[in-house]
Design a protein. Structure first.
Length: 88
């Protein structure tokens, strides 16, 4: 039995980061195409430019508190769960 699920877990950290940043632009494009809330939140962000940590640092963080206003029922449910869990 191995100590790792697969070879992706033990690859070089630089290789892992490169692979993740290669996938990120398409993930952002898909999210903004299929989820109006993300499209609104990420308006003006060039998904194709998100290939480095510095570029990612320029992406606005979506705070949980904003979900109540922006996500309707889902946001309210998430906020309620957090409050019930004692972290609100």
């Amino acid at each position: 039995m191995t100590d790792h699920f697969d070879q992706l877990e033990i690859r070089d950290p630089e290789q892992r980061e490169l692979a993740q940043f290669n996938l990120l632009p398409d993930l952002i494009r898909q999210a903004t195409a299929q989820a109006p809330g993300w499209a609104d939140h990420l308006k003006g962000i060039d998904a194709g430019a998100l290939t480095t940590r510095a570029a990612l640092a320029g992406v606005p963080v979506l705070r949980k508190a904003a979900l109540g206003d922006e996500a309707g029922c889902l946001g309210a449910a998430l906020l309620a769960l957090d409050t019930i869990g004692g972290h609100g």
